[in-house]
Design a protein around this ligand. Structure first.
Ligand code: TEU
Length: 557
């Protein structure tokens, strides 16, 4: 197998807005990230992925870009960015940017010009369609509520936006759009950035004629994802991107692809033939959707372990030797892993956070750690709607409670507490002081009240902390080709308490056992009694008896 630097790398995701504020405005910034580079280095990771730091009206926290070549003034300026890149490189860290090119902000020059008139040379940069006011061109529903179409009074046409109306979709059919995007990519790669995480990149090819989506539930608007994911020209666009840009650089690329199948991933990110290096798949993070399909992700039911194992194992097996997995529990769009898949009650939090870390980091692929995950940070446990800032959460509340009356206030508040993206976005917890060491000012989003206990300071001083455990996992991976490249064999897929698997590489075998319950369970795996233990989240070892949330990895042969 051809081996590349990003295959034995571990990535750390920084959400700049919530990482470290340096100027007291309550919003994290680039100078703050620079201050914290030594921390990231000490953790042992190899790559930093930065969520968008480009100029943006911030309707969707930077995923609405108004200028791809300048820095969000609240975050700093290009000089500070260059310093960040230089200092990261000096520490041996790669820096990967977010590339958001399915859509721009409505404040981007391209869109402003596109909007000016029907015969603007930029009109065709976006999707404009005729339609009567109140009767949009098709039945597609936006990710953030309502129709994907916004009526423009001046030109009497609608434009398409899969996300907020301030995020119009770019028309990739137009070769000028593609050339403009290649230029943006070259601009950053020429600066020396080490690659891109590509936002909803499998949505860029829309189906011919933009037909209605199936809507068997007669929802107010139909689910758009099956219509726009993996569209007809996607592969063609990836090939062009690769031949014109990516192939000219030693850059890492990971495409965020909702609904992607393992077969598609092999096609887009195949080891020998793929145009991208990795994809972010969604199977294991979309298992607890509401029984009422109209409510989509909004739910508070626990995730079923058998389904979780099936999802993760499927990807391990399908990509082995063919493509490369990305491994993640968390990112800025998901609830906190320890709260969603583990157990964030005080007596189990540390143990279950370590268990989740071990289970994921012993798999084949490139692990991604989202800021604060390495501390076992939990969901925000907000109780009032006013505490939320996220556009998706607020729009969902509005749509389902106020407009459609699908759920009542209390139910929706439970759903938000379980699934809101703001759970991931509360400020990084550096220390036990009032503002958690994040800012001197008023944080843009409330800190989690548990920062007095769960914080970097405390965890650096505790050899048994979640943070220290992540460090050890990263080190183990760096020193063990089996963990990086070994194949994957799932054991007892129907066991709904224990997640067990084997990895094999060059004649050696590793066994990974984990107990996903708060009870002691016993299994009959052949656990060696005389050594071989690589890492465990308990001090001592009781062989085939697994205590609450116990997880361990053994070299068995
Ligand atoms: O998210 C893509 C995406 O599919 C989201 O709709 C995701 O499913 C949702 O946030 C989960 O609840 C990307 C970015 O990661 C996200 O932050 C942006 O809001 C979105 O694209 C639009 O750019």
């Amino acid at each position: 197998m051809k081996q590349s630097w990003w295959q034995h790398a571990v990535v750390y995701q920084v959400y700049p807005r919530s990482f470290q504020d340096s100027d007291g405005d309550g919003i994290g910034d680039l100078a703050g990230i620079i201050q914290r580079l030594p921390y990231i280095k000490e953790l042992g990771v190899d790559v930093i992925w930065l969520n968008p730091v480009y100029k943006s009206p911030d309707r969707d926290n930077g995923y609405d870009i108004s200028d791809y070549r300048s820095i969000q003034p609240r975050f700093g300026d290009m000089k500070t960015f260059d310093r960040l890149l230089e200092q990261a490189h000096a520490l041996g860290l790669h820096l990967v940017m977010d590339l958001v090119v399915n859509h721009t902000s409505d404040q981007h020059e391209w869109f402003k010009k596109s909007r000016e008139s029907k015969d603007s040379p930029y009109r065709d940069f976006y999707f404009w369609r005729d339609g009567e006011p109140g009767i949009p061109p098709n039945n597609w529903g936006s990710y953030f509520g309502g129709s994907t179409w916004e009526y423009d009074d001046a030109s009497k046409q609608y434009y398409l936006h899969l996300f907020a109306k301030e995020q119009p979709d770019l028309n990739w059919e137009n070769p000028q759009v593609r050339e403009s995007i290649w230029d943006v990519m070259r601009f950053w790669l020429d600066k020396g950035v080490d690659g891109f995480r590509m936002d909803v990149i499998n949505f860029i090819s829309k189906p011919e004629g933009l037909p209605d989506a199936p809507n068997p539930e007669h929802a107010a608007y139909a689910n758009v994802e099956p219509m726009v994911a993996d569209g007809p020209k996607l592969n063609e666009y990836f090939k062009e991107m690769n031949s014109k840009v990516l192939s000219k650089y030693d850059a890492m690329s990971v495409g965020e692809m909702p609904s992607v199948t393992a077969q598609d991933a092999v096609e887009y990110a195949g080891l020998e033939t793929g145009e991208l290096n990795m994809v972010f798949q969604f199977d294991h993070v979309t298992l607890a959707f509401n029984k009422d399909p109209r409510l989509g992700k909004w739910n508070d039911e626990p995730v079923n372990l058998v389904a979780l194992k099936r999802a993760l194992s499927k990807w391990q097996q399908a990509l082995d030797g063919k493509a490369w997995n990305s491994l993640y529990w968390n990112n800025h769009d998901r609830a906190r892993a320890v709260s969603r898949f583990g157990d964030d009650r005080p007596e189990f939090r540390v143990r279950s956070a370590k268990m989740l870390a071990l289970v994921l980091h012993m798999m084949q692929g490139t692990p991604y750690i989202y800021q604060g995950e390495e501390l076992g940070m939990t969901n925000a446990h907000f109780t009032r709607l006013e505490q939320y800032q996220d556009i998706e959460s607020l729009e969902a509340y509005h749509q389902f409670v106020d407009v459609e009356h699908l759920v009542d206030h209390d139910t929706m508040m439970r759903y938000l507490a379980t699934e809101s993206r703001d759970n991931a976005r509360t400020p990084m917890q550096w220390d036990a002081t009032a503002k958690g060491g994040f800012t001197e000012g008023t944080p843009w989003l409330e800190l989690n009240t548990n920062h007095d206990e769960i914080n970097v300071d405390a965890e650096l001083n505790d050899p048994d902390s979640v943070l220290r455990f992540y460090q050890r996992l990263i080190e183990l991976r760096h020193n063990n080709d089996l963990i990086v490249y070994g194949n994957y064999i799932e054991l007892d897929p129907e066991d709904d308490e224990v997640f067990a698997y084997k990895r094999q590489y060059e004649g050696r075998t590793m066994l990974v056992l984990s107990n996903f319950t708060d009870q002691t369970v016993t299994r009959d795996y052949p656990v060696p009694v005389d050594g071989g233990l690589m890492i465990s989240n308990y001090q001592d070892d009781q062989g085939a008896t697994l205590r609450p949330y116990e997880a361990k990895a053994f070299m068995v042969a």
